[in-house]
Design a protein around this ligand. Sequence first.
Ligand SMILES: Nc1nc2c(c(=O)[nH]1)N[C@H]1C(S)=C(S)[C@@H](COP(=O)(O)OP(=O)(O)OC[C@H]3O[C@@H](n4cnc5c(=O)[nH]c(N)nc54)[C@H](O)[C@@H]3O)O[C@H]1N2
Ligand SMILES: Nc1nc2c(c(=O)[nH]1)N[C@H]1C(S)=C(S)[C@@H](COP(=O)(O)OP(=O)(O)OC[C@H]3O[C@@H](n4cnc5c(=O)[nH]c(N)nc54)[C@H](O)[C@@H]3O)O[C@H]1N2
Ligand SMILES: [Mo]
Length: 745
Amino acid sequence: MKIAGKTSPHYRNCNLTEAMCGIEITVRADASLDIRGDKDDSFSRGYICPKAVALQDIHYDKDRLKHPVRRTQNGWQPIGWDEAFDEVAQNLKRINSEYGRNSIATYLGNPTVHSYGALLFAPGFIRSLHTRNRFSATSVDQLAHHLAAYLMFGHQLLLPVPDLDRTKFFLILGANPAASNGSMMTAPGMGRRLQEIQQRGGKVILIDPRFNETARLADRHLFVKPGTDVLLLLALLHVVFAEGLTRLGPLAAFTKGVETIGNLVAEFPPERVASITGIDSDQIRQLAREFAAAESAVCYGRIGVSTQEFGGVCQWLINVLNTVTGNLDSSGGAMFPLPAFDPVTAPESVAPRGSFARWHTRVRKLPEFAGEFPVATLAEEILTEGPGQIKALVTHAGNPVLSTPNGRRLDRALAGLEFMAAIDFYINETTRHAHIILPPTSSLERGHYDLAFHLLAVRNTAKFSPPLFEPDAETRHDWEILVELQTRMEHDGVFGNLVGRVGRKFVRRFFGPERILDLGLRFGPYGAKLNPFSKGRIEPSSPSSAKSSVSSVVKGLTLRKLKQAPHGIDLGPLSPCLPARLRTSDKHIELAPEVLVKDIERVKTKLLGDASPHSNGNLLLIGRRQLRSNNSWMHNTERLVKGKPRCTILMHPLDAEKRDLKPGQNVSVQSRVGSVVVPIEISEEMMPGVVSMPHGWGHDRLGIQLEVAQQHAGQSINDVTDDLTIDALCGTAAFNGTWVAVESA
Ligand SMILES: Nc1nc2c(c(=O)[nH]1)N[C@H]1C(S)=C(S)[C@@H](COP(=O)(O)OP(=O)(O)OC[C@H]3O[C@@H](n4cnc5c(=O)[nH]c(N)nc54)[C@H](O)[C@@H]3O)O[C@H]1N2
Ligand SMILES: Nc1nc2c(c(=O)[nH]1)N[C@H]1C(S)=C(S)[C@@H](COP(=O)(O)OP(=O)(O)OC[C@H]3O[C@@H](n4cnc5c(=O)[nH]c(N)nc54)[C@H](O)[C@@H]3O)O[C@H]1N2
Ligand SMILES: [Mo]
């Protein structure tokens, strides 16, 4: 293992979750790594979570693939890169010419967003396939945020973020930042930051069907019945309008649709929704008044509200609540970060504004968003015969068998594909179906810049992490694999191959991710090149530390200057930027987009009408994240999985008593699509009628190569979640709110 730089210790950002924690790594004599929080990182100030320490376990994992493999009757065989690339390209071309362009599908998983090389080069590869069957983890995650941003602010990436370090009133719906480290809100050290809100006289309030880890830090926690947050939001807005508490301030000059919202919410007084949401009408009124009266306030909702049947309208109404109370684009409210590499002002070809419902899926007719289809439809598109049926799949950094609803069905579907390739370094529940696996370098072998998370951060900062280790001679970076596949798809024959090869060399030499990053920084808001938004101040982080003081970085940010600041550069607090930063054609906020307003009809029918759901003695299943876990792929590290089994179902004592269930016993959890057997934990943390399970477990399938994970297999919640239970507006999986029967196993 060759160390890349001269510097020891080595400073970088952990790229596992969204928090961008600065870490300090020392390579010990025995090659093991001492990984700790970087005290000089001005943003994370030394905070890390246990996952960062496990970066080394992944790097040194003996199950991690270092060279391409081909699946044969006698198991996996190592093959060379050229052979592997050829075989993938030949198969994709054959299937394309035999069945048409839409017969090839792609799936990009979550770590794609944590690798800037992959983010920059995946779109080119996907374009080279000319298929509409593009999928990603977005439709099991944050799609609702993009949809609301696109329709209201004109760009899918113009995402408001809580101004956490200044707010006086933080209203959280369905998130657990104390365990997840925060999402769509990058802020390392969540516990400290929440405490600081209280120390400056502010309040933290959580709405959640579980008294989760964040509830323990909050001033108030209210149980809400899963899937009913939309009614709570409508009622909060009702009170704001009915009691004359709207105050748009400067936003009034460029906000359309306020009256439409007023009319819409008129029919949702708290009394009408209280029993359905499980929140007392007085509590709702009080909450609305406090929110409106606070010096600054911000409402924020995450996975609990994004991945449920009304996720789209929830994220919209959250933005509306912030806007009409004067808390959008205002200090302590919901603000728009201005990152040094800014996709919002980048050309359309680099970061598209978004699109909605230009075309629909073949089988269920669900809409595209930004050129992608909802992954809840992937299995049926593979299994349903006819023109346009998916015959081949390429996955990149994804494990949809464990991470998408009705995963067993997808598991079966993948087994029947004519061809599958995976860009991944593990043989797991999904990649075991691949014919060829192309393994990328580990994250310690590459440079890192958080293209996505600087855009979502509660403070403007910039940091480049150099590689710690030289890449293994046999491995390729994600972006190199993607470029290689793209050129092979685009060029045919001997001449084509030659052109391709030269082009490839050229791209790798002159237009790799570092070059693009540098250009992005130069033309970005803090670069020397002219940019309409360059108002940013640049200060070196923690000037007290000699190592970090880069006094020359005061203007004209470049990658070189960024590299001279190993602890990152502080670019100041978030600052107001509207209406200039809006990307709507008329530079107005569209408070009441038609499709969203219309979707309230569905809310009325489903939640208020006769068809409103009845439990029939069943329970509502929701998800749960755990600090020492990261979706499906970090269970192969002993230090993160040791201790008692964590893949359990949580249930309220009353529900357990009714079913005569005792703590620790195995129970079967059954839904329309399948069942799992897991141990039960009984706790008053849960709202009665609701049960919770973590996702990403279920490593007991045949043929995977994850020795540690297999010993801590657990079961997959997504063998129970339903691919037909979705947010009908945009097709996001509605993981939260699956009806299940739970009984002794
Ligand atoms: N340790 C750890 N950290 C992670 C991850 C991980 O797997 N492990 N994953 C990362 C990823 S990919 C993401 S997207 C983020 C997610 O980050 P978060 O959204 O903060 O994470 P969750 O723990 O899923 O929080 C969802 C909360 O919603 C609640 N909930 C469920 N249904 C409802 C509902 O109908 N209404 C309301 N109001 N609440 C509901 C749940 O009880 C839970 O407390 O975390 C990231 N960070
Ligand atoms: N029931 C339920 N299901 C959920 C959720 C939930 O709350 N409840 N949360 C959803 C959310 S928010 C998300 S984001 C998804 C995640 O779902 P996915 O993105 O589909 O799955 P991950 O578990 O993140 O798997 C990541 C894969 O990428 C590989 N990998 C890791 N690093 C790299 C890399 O640098 N390059 C490459 N090429 N591969 C790499 C890993 O080996 C692994 O196979 O799960 C979703 N599923
Ligand atoms: Mo996610």
